[in-house]
Design a protein around this ligand. Structure first.
Ligand code: FE2
Length: 378
């Protein structure tokens, strides 16, 4: 018979998660024209109107449109004036981009205390927001560039989004495209900055480095990068961090840093249960994806083994396949979602695999380089 052996105190401390996260609450984009951006994300990606805040709800400097599809919530925010408005300044510098990656927590006050006492720089002191539907507590810390992690505690709230927002009812309710939730958000950081941000996620947020790619894994003839994947304890929140590496020509990460004018979110990866249906819908609605050469599919099944899907639709759509010890994954990358070659989306369907498509890096980055070359930035 086995007996319980009490763990030493030090082991207990190591396994205790001081920042328990139950996933991504929402992603907020600062954009030039939130009204039009919301329409684009609705029509192209199948989001539904959810909530709105602006002058009509008492905000003087901004308008925010909230859209949702399954567990994926986006907020599109624009400045209404330019007198030192931080949103206007953010958009002037970076173009449209991700400002807030908001994370769901049980206790936003504890999240702020735990992270700031470990060196996190405060963005927002714990703040209570109330309306007739209850109370939300929010707090936040800065991360790479001008990006922010908000902590959202909504266990005592049953309104549609956050206090201060009103329901947004629209006559336009496009069909959804099967997007489910945020799988991961990738940050691009500057030269020699990757390990600094790895340490930030380890020390300040209690994340672990679960995978690393160096420039031998991720280099093509020209461009190169290094990447480390940071994950929280339960794996619900994953933040890969990329840094440029020396190649023959300019790294794709460097192109991003130049056009975003600093560090920021490179891509948001969104999960689906049926990537063939989702990507067919997105392409029909005008979303463009990176083109993968037909040669990629010639030997892909030798590399990954059996998959449930027919290869033909994957080839037609340009969907990539990779495997790890636990299964396989299907993934595809959009072209940039704005004129600056900065933010893009990944669509991912995991069939057991917990990795990030390392086997696809070469084919993928060659495709990226062709695009970069067309823009004259290689
Ligand atoms: Fe990704």
């Amino acid at each position: 018979m086995e007996t319980d052996i009490a763990k030493p105190a030090s082991a207990k401390i190591e396994t205790e998660d001081f920042l328990p996260l139950s996933g991504t609450d929402y992603v907020e984009f600062y954009v030039g024209n939130a009204k039009q951006a919301a329409h684009f994300y609705k029509s192209a990606f199948g989001f539904q109107s959810l909530a709105y805040a602006g002058p009509e709800t008492g905000l003087r400097d901004r308008a925010s449109y909230v859209i949702r599809q399954n567990k994926l919530t986006f907020v599109l925010t624009s400045a209404l004036r330019n007198d030192g408005n931080e949103i206007a300044e953010h958009v002037a510098k970076h173009g449209d981009g991700v400002k807030m990656i908001a994370l769901k927590v049980e206790d936003a006050t504890s999240a702020w205390n735990e992270t700031t006492s470990r060196g996190g720089q405060s963005f927002l002191l714990p703040k209570k927001l109330n309306d007739e539907n209850g109370e939300v507590v929010m707090s936040g810390i800065h991360t790479y560039g001008e990006t922010v992690h908000l902590f959202i505690e909504r266990k005592n709230y049953n309104g549609i989004f956050l206090p201060g927002y009103r329901k947004w009812v629209s006559n336009y309710n496009p069909k959804e495209t099967g997007l489910l939730y945020v799988d991961h958000c990738v940050g691009n950081v500057g030269w020699n900055q990757m390990n600094k941000w790895v340490k930030f996620y380890e020390d300040v947020m209690g994340f672990k480095n679960i995978l690393s790619f160096d420039d031998n894994d991720i280099s093509t003839e020209y461009s190169a990068l290094m990447s480390k994947v940071m994950s929280n304890g339960n794996g619900y929140v994953k933040f890969p961090i990329n840094e440029p590496a020396e190649g023959k020509k300019k790294s794709q990460v460097e192109e991003y840093l130049e056009f975003y004018d600093g560090e920021g979110c490179q891509h948001v990866a969104i999960a689906t249960h049926n990537i063939i249906e989702t990507v067919t819908q997105l392409q029909n609605r005008g979303i463009e994806f990176l083109k993968i050469p037909p040669s990629y599919y010639a030997d892909v099944l030798q590399r990954v083994g059996h998959i449930d899907e027919d290869l033909q639709p994957l080839r037609d759509l340009g969907i990539l396949i990779d495997k790890d010890d636990e299964g396989y994954l299907l993934q595809i990358f959009s072209k940039p979602l704005q004129d600056r070659p900065t933010l893009f989306f990944e669509i991912i369907q995991r069939k057991g695999a917990k990795s990030f498509g390392k086997g696809n890096f070469k084919a993928l980055f060659e495709a990226l380089e062709r695009e970069q070359d067309e823009r004259g930035n290689l």
